[in-house]
Design a protein around this ligand. Structure first.
Ligand code: NDP
Ligand code: 2IT
Length: 445
């Protein structure tokens, strides 16, 4: 790492002890930015990096709620409003027991650059809670969402901060959150949340957008080598919103997706995953992946283990951070891997990224490859602002244009900085320069 940047990075780490994932995300971005600072000394003079690493606002709050047995439960809520140079803070809410400030800050930090890459007018933020939705009744989920919004509402707004979903937060939760926001504020402010239901201000394609976008991005990478998804053998991790829609899109483009996972285990279905059955189990029944085995012939369910033990030509990690390590990366590379598209945020460890890059694997980092979700959230905001709703075909067309545009800008930036094919460099520099220019233009704030 460039020595000037390393000194700033070390201060950031010392000021934020114990936030391992935030440290990882900051380090990974800084490693790309040395050459930019050679060309743009004004970024150093303007203390852009120091400002960028300090969130504009960090909110931590108590979320008290009553479970079905009447017992009082206390969770912790977070919203980190990281950077508003390009627009209102924008980013999802994660409900998972592993959520803490360091996780929210890593996600919010990544979101700044991702949102810049989309070309849409959105800043970066993230939030969530250590609430564990697993095993909770629908009524408990509703009461939790209402309690969460009872504090969050005062910090958000269509021009201020616009949350959406992430792990553990989908259409059902956004509905409860929106209802409570409306009740407290007495405003039907559609643009305050994205991922809403289609009949009440949501956008077509938003549910599919992250998974679809990841596959579109990976397809563009494959094209640079004269390849496509057609005929590829694909492994996807996770079986939530991003994973399911990545599976659907990859198969629509002619690939066979042979495996996917949840936090308990993984399935191998050599005939290609039946997306309809997977949606029924995960989205309708809210069941476990193990249920898939009994309902389809010739399927193996592996309890525990790693889905990355299954060979693939294309790997799409779509579950969570640091789920694919250096050992798994090396094994995939030895067994014929061509490309990786990160549907999740920071799913590959730094060792894994190094293995992929050293082997010349096409590697699409999350902040570029999974930007289709937030980009379509921005399209939802656009429809809300104009009180309009677009067709599926039109919205999918916009998503495709945006993903191809992100791919091409990352590739062109990597070329410009002398490292062709390095999408990590392209994404980090491309996102950073846009935000840095806007920050300098807006003065010392
Ligand atoms: P979901 O909650 O819909 O699904 C998450 C999936 O990942 C589930 O299959 C879950 O398994 C698995 N998973 C979660 N945590 C872990 C863990 N610690 N270990 C193993 N498996 C785990 O979330 P999404 O699909 O929305 O999100 C997946 C990833 O995509 C996240 O990294 C998220 O930040 C990222 N992302 C999401 C976007 C969106 O629009 N939703 C946009 C861009 C990125 P189980 O059910 O067993 O917990
Ligand atoms: O990580 C992400 O980009 C998201 N969870 C989606 C954020 C959004 O505002 O749609």
């Amino acid at each position: 790492m460039d020595a000037r940047l390393e000194a700033i990075r070390d201060t950031v780490l010392a000021r934020n002890p114990g936030e391992d994932e935030f440290h990882q995300a900051v380090t990974e971005v800084f490693e790309s930015l040395g050459p930019v600072h050679d060309r743009h000394p004004e970024f150093l003079e303007g203390a852009v990096l120091e400002r960028l690493c300090e969130p504009e606002r960090q909110i931590i709050f108590r979320v008290p709620w009553a479970d079905d047995s009447g017992r009082f439960q206390i969770n912790r809520g977070f919203r980190v409003e990281f950077n508003s140079a390009l627009g209102p803070y924008k980013g999802g809410l994660r409900f998972h027991p592993s959520v803490n400030l360091g996780i929210v800050k890593f996600l919010g930090f990544e979101q700044i650059f991702k949102n810049a890459l989309t070309g849409m007018p959105i800043g970066g933020g993230k939030g969530g809670s250590d609430f564990d939705p697993r095993g909770r009744s629908d009524a408990e989920i509703m009461r939790f969402c209402q309690a969460f919004m009872t504090e969050l509402y005062r910090h958000i707004g269509e021009y201020t901060d616009v949350p959406a979903g992430d792990i553990g937060v989908g259409g059902r939760e956004i509905g409860y959150l929106f209802g409570q926001y409306k009740r407290i504020t007495n405003r039907y402010e559609s643009g305050v949340l994205t991922g809403k239901g289609i009949s009440w201000g949501g956008s077509l394609v938003r549910p599919e957008a992250t998974g679809f976008g990841t596959v579109i991005f990976a397809e563009e990478m494959l094209k640079t080598r004269g390849l496509s998804f057609d005929g590829q053998r694909v492994v996807v991790s996770g079986s939530g919103n991003v994973a399911i829609n990545a599976i659907a899109k990859a198969q629509a483009l002619g690939a066979t997706v042979v495996a996917c996972s949840d936090s308990s285990g993984y399935i191998v279905d050599e005939a290609g995953i039946d997306v309809g059955l997977l949606r029924q189990i995960k989205e309708v029944e809210r069941g476990r992946l193990k249920d898939y085995e009994a309902r389809r012939p010739n399927v193996t369910y592996v309890d525990g283990g790693s889905v990355w033990d299954v060979d693939a030509t294309v790997a799409l990690p779509c579950a969570t951070q640091n789920e694919l390590d250096g050992g798994a990366a090396a094994r995939l590379v030895r067994n014929g891997l061509l490309a990786v598209g990160e549907g999740a945020n920071m799913p590959s460890t730094r060792d894994a990224v190094a293995v992929f890059q050293d082997a010349g694997i096409l590697f699409g980092p999350g902040k570029a490859a999974n930007a289709g979700g937030v980009a379509t959230s921005a399209l939802e905001m656009q429809q809300n602002a104009s009180r309009d709703s677009w067709s599926f075909a039109h919205t999918e067309g916009r998503l495709t244009e945006i993903m191809v545009g992100i791919h091409d800008r990352c590739a062109a930036t990597a070329d410009e900085y002398g490292d062709p094919g390095n999408y990590v460099l392209g994404a980090n520099i491309g996102g950073f320069v846009k935000v840095a220019d806007a920050m300098l233009a807006q003065g010392l704030i």
